[in-house]
Design a protein around this ligand. Structure first.
Ligand code: SF4
Length: 200
């Protein structure tokens, strides 16, 4: 599978603590996309389904796995295989997609339908700047819909969560930010703070 990034434990990409996988490659090219670096199908790194599943199994205390993009439905064969393994150890699956569920179902594709069958919560629709809305958890625009495909999650459960951003620091002074909110403002302020504190 082509992978853009993995964060092994985060609380801002779906319910509870989650192992998050940003897949590499997206042909949708939505005009407000803020993750254009994930479009190139030759970018990122190659990891097998087995390698990723081994990492997931090592991670203690997670509630589930979240797939983001790039576009997860561009690597549906591998994600269906991975999802089957993930579900076999009792973890939940949340998947973001730039497609609507109707677009996906209208493809009448056996593997797409199989993958959908493993997803507990599908968050559909690409980010749209003209519909900017940070009032719900994990999403940035009002067109994005929470579609509950199993009874694992529901609106009541989801409404307990707020939209948040996490900052992960590494021991070399690097950092990465994930979640949903005003990333530019945060990145600018955070860099300023690092400079003031003379952190390299
Ligand atoms: S589907 Fe997602 S990753 Fe792809 S262009 Fe649209 S917003 Fe960007």
């Amino acid at each position: 599978m082509r992978i853009y990034n993995i964060i092994k434990s985060t609380t801002v990409e779906g319910p509870g603590k989650r192992f998050c996988i940003w897949v590499q490659g997206c042909s949708k090219h939505c005009k407000s996309c803020f993750a254009k670096e994930t479009w190139d199908f030759d970018g990122g790194i190659e990891l097998s389904v087995e390698e990723i599943f081994a990492q997931i199994k090592e991670q203690k205390g997670i509630e589930g796995v979240t797939f983001l993009g790039g576009e997860p439905f561009e690597q549906v064969q591998e994600l269906a295989q991975l999802s089957k393994l993930v579900k076999s150890i009792g973890l939940s699956i949340v998947c973001f997609t730039g497609y609507t569920i109707d677009e996906l179902k209208n493809k009448n594709d056996k593997v797409i339908n199989k993958f959908i069958g493993y997803i507990d919560l599908l968050i559909d629709g690409g980010f749209e700047i003209e519909n900017l809305d940070y009032s719900r958890p994990w999403v940035g625009s009002s067109n994005q819909r929470f579609i509950y495909l199993t009874d694992r999650y529901n609106d009541k459960e989801v409404s307990k969560y707020k939209n948040k951003i996490e900052i992960h620091l590494d021991k070399n002074g690097g950092f990465e930010i994930n979640g949903m909110g005003n990333f530019k403002e945060l990145r600018d302020n955070f860099c300023l703070q690092l400079t003031k504190n003379n952190v390299k």
